[in-house]
Design a protein around this ligand. Structure first.
Ligand code: NAD
Length: 290
């Protein structure tokens, strides 16, 4: 297939490289990043998109996505699909999809989980919103870049799934970290705490697969000095998107709001920036109740 890939940063570069390695003709554009292996660079996003059957975007936020979409949509061939894989607000995802569909294009929002490691290994999970036809067109490409693509519903449904999942993740990571800090103060050994909770009703992905306590459970960023992994500032971004969506939809999400506030403090006022989001544990460790 003829593919365009706009936004070749930490995630976009390995995704585009995997598409090219699978034999597709990939033309890329980025305002700063260099060409990934196998990708031909174009002088603009519009040039990259001209004649492409599928145009991927992997950009920092919804505002940039809207600006880039304004350039892409008029340049794309009728019937082509615009597939945004960035994590953006639900509103931007829906508006860009409506803009593309009004111009006779297909549109998907397809944010990912799996991080930079998953992008490099081709094992991402895609959460996809948009029409059946657009999903069917892009599905073989999702299968190259990822191990799973779930069609979640209409436009915006992929972003909705992503921010709901990550709201649960942020809340459970905080709960897991504060429980470890309480266990420490009660004199409970961390390994014993893990042995009980990971097989009891307090278990979660945060405890079982990504344990925030160094030397306990499977290998995780805690065992590597809390080097990300999934950086605290990216968790903060997703928690803010969940709160923005909750406000728009009038949903009551008190735990999500508290998680967003805590990660904001951690990243913006404490030492959380550049650390893995599980570094909430050393944060709680050093604190008392006040
Ligand atoms: P990044 O900052 O490394 O990459 C973004 C790229 O977009 C950069 O290379 C930048 O130069 C480029 N860009 C910015 N404005 C542009 C424009 N107008 N035209 C063309 N290119 C432009 O970010 P990333 O880590 O690759 O993340 C991309 C998206 O994926 C974000 O929405 C992020 O939330 C999401 N995401 C990231 C991860 C992760 O672990 N890094 C995991 C899941 C989802």
């Amino acid at each position: 297939m003829k593919i365009a890939f706009i936004g070749l940063g930490n995630m976009g570069a390995p995704m585009a490289r995997n598409l090219a390695a699978a034999g597709h003709k990939v033309t890329g554009f980025d305002t700063a990043a260099p060409a990934p292996e196998g990708v031909t660079m174009a002088p603009s996003a519009a040039d990259a998109a001209a004649g492409a059957e599928v145009v991927f975007t992997m950009l920092p936020n919804g505002q940039i996505l809207r600006t880039v979409a304004d350039e892409l949509v008029p340049a794309m061939a009728a019937g082509a699909v615009l597939c945004d894989c960035s994590t953006v607000d639900v509103q931007s995802a829906r508006e860009v999809a409506a803009q593309a569909e009004a111009a006779g294009l297909g549109a998907l929002d397809a944010p990912v989980s799996g991080g930079v490691g998953g992008a490099a290994a081709g094992t991402l999970t895609f959460m996809v919103g948009g029409s059946d036809a657009a999903f069917a067109t892009v599905r073989p490409l999702f299968e190259i870049m990822g191990q799973k693509a779930v069609h979640c519903g209409g436009p915006g449904a992929g972003q909705a799934a992503k921010i709901c999942n990550n709201m649960i993740l942020g809340v459970t990571m905080i709960a897991t970290c504060e429980a470890f800090a309480l266990a420490d103060k009660l004199g409970l050994d961390r390994q014993r705490m893990f042995d009980v909770v990971s097989t009891s009703s307090g278990y979660s992905w945060s405890m079982n697969a990504y344990c925030p306590a160094p030397g306990v459970g499977p290998q995780s960023p805690a065992d590597n000095g809390y080097k990300p992994g999934f950086a605290a500032e990216l968790m903060l971004k997703d928690l803010r998107l969940s709160q923005q969506a909750a406000e728009g939809a009038d949903a009551d999400t008190p735990m999500g709001r508290l998680a967003a506030d805590l990660y904001a403090r951690f990243v913006e006022e404490e030492d959380g920036r550049g650390r893995d989001f599980s570094a909430m544990l050393p944060r709680f460790e050093g604190r008392g109740r006040s």
